[in-house]
Design a protein around this ligand. Structure first.
Ligand code: BGC
Length: 434
């Protein structure tokens, strides 16, 4: 690939992403916190102070902007903004106003996600994502937050990975909660939550979830638009590269799966300003109607196949289905070996350049994640970050991959000559970009 081919379109968004619960710390009024602290919790460990970004955001943003990125994707926490029903915290809104202002001051266009997996406990107790009440409650919160914060935002995502609960459900991952040996842990979690497990977003994919979630997105989007008409709004979707083995039954099973896990959400995205694409790997459908991981491939800390090419495939799928402008709102790799991240990022971006050359309208790329952070049920073990965090001291440490992505962002191009980047100990380490 020559230099001219390797340039990204002018105005390309270069960012890194986080979510409130995974980085802020002490997010004790949300449903995830209750589940994390239930006896025998299904979560490996509680989120606790996370990486204390609630207090350290100015320094964190300075690091990101110093690298050369031009945007930051974060989420605003509903459980802080509306800690009890109808009770709006002006202090919480002020916090996010300061965060957004700090982004702007540092040349980072702020992209806010209004719901990233967590829901206030008062609403979780009433059924959360398993109840139709969520639709109007979510729209009301969107209106409040967009009225207070919308004028300074660059983009808004309503709900993060709106289709993920369907994928989790369809892939049978909720079955673990039905196992007899899980019964007492499940009962303790439901007691802590004050509701069935399906109240929690990640576990909500059965029942009438798709229609309810689609309505929540549309009403939320309309509420944000009413309060901040200039603001581009979209949803984000979890989109795997999915292929079927060469077999009719496998192809048919994949078509049925995709009809359930993507089609309702692509339809609900009609009329949005953009679609957020989030990808981490690929899945292979077999004739038994189930996804199987390929053998003998490199795996990430999440157990996924190392597959940087997958994000471009996800964009091609989303583009074919919607023809909406696309933003890669998450793509990344969990690894202790930052050299693999340094290989992953340019490979993923190279695939995106080819998709762009083929006419796929990709407008930006956010690496997940800006920082090592709280990986939900897996706790703090998986390391996705461009920036490492020593959670005892809360010291941040730039990884070589952070410097690499920053250099690509500054150049708005791939294929520059070898760069000198900070190594794991801050020493220079050579990283090739092509
Ligand atoms: C989520 C993030 C998560 C990441 C890595 C996405 O599903 O939006 O919150 O940390 O994947 O697993």
């Amino acid at each position: 690939m020559g230099w001219a081919m390797a340039r990204f379109p002018d105005g390309f968004i270069w960012g890194a992403a986080t979510a409130a619960h995974q980085v802020e710390g002490a997010n004790s009024n949300c449903d995830s916190w209750a589940l994390e602290h239930a006896p025998g919790s299904f979560f490996a460990e509680p989120s606790g102070d996370a990486i204390d970004q609630a207090h350290r955001f100015r320094d964190d943003l300075a690091l990101l902007s110093g690298l050369g990125l031009n945007s930051y994707r974060f989420s605003i926490e509903w459980a802080r903004i509306e800690p009890e029903e109808g009770c709006v915290s002006t202090a919480a809104l002020d916090h996010y106003r300061r965060l957004i202002g700090a982004c702007r001051d540092r040349g980072l266009a702020p992209m806010a996600t209004f719901h990233h997996f967590t829901t206030p406990r008062w609403l979780a107790r009433r059924g959360g994502w398993g109840s139709d009440e969520i639709v109007d409650r979510f729209a009301r919160y969107c209106e409040i937050a967009a009225r207070a914060l919308g004028s300074e935002l660059a983009q808004a995502c309503t709900i993060n990975e709106l289709n993920l609960p369907n994928a989790v459900f369809e892939q049978g991952q909720l079955r673990m909660f039905d196992a007899p040996e899980a019964a007492s842990r499940r009962a303790a979690s439901e007691a802590a939550l004050g509701a069935g497990l399906e109240s929690f977003f990640l576990f909500a994919g059965g029942g009438g979830y798709s229609a309810r979630a689609a309505r929540a997105h549309v009403k939320g989007r309309d509420a944000i638009k009413a309060a901040a008409p200039h603001l581009p709004v979209g949803m984000t979707l979890a989109i795997l590269e999915e292929v079927a083995i060469d077999d009719d039954a496998a192809r048919a099973a994949l078509a049925i799966y995709q009809d359930k896990v993507y089609a309702p959400f692509y339809a609900a995205a009609a009329g949005d300003d953009f679609l957020g694409v989030q990808n981490y790997s690929r899945s292979i459908m077999h004739a038994d109607g189930r996804f199987h991981r390929p053998r003998d491939v490199e795996r990430t800390q999440m157990g996924y196949e190392y597959r940087p090419e997958a994000v471009a495939a996800a964009c091609r799928q989303a583009w074919a289905a919607t023809h909406l402008p696309l933003i890669v709102t998450e793509n990344g790799i969990a690894t202790l070996d930052d050299a693999r991240r340094c290989a992953f990022i340019p490979a993923a971006l190279g695939g995106l350049l080819e998709a762009i050359a083929d006419g796929v309208d990709v407008r930006g790329y956010y690496y997940w994640s800006a920082f090592d952070n709280y990986e939900w049920l897996a706790g703090y073990r998986p390391r996705f970050g461009l920036i490492g965090v020593d959670r005892a001291s809360q010291r941040r440490e730039l990884k070589g991959s952070a410097v690499l992505l920053g250099a690509i962002a500054r150049a708005n191009a791939l294929g520059a000559p070898t760069l000198q980047t900070a190594g794991p100990q801050g020493r220079g380490a050579a990283v090739g970009l092509d």
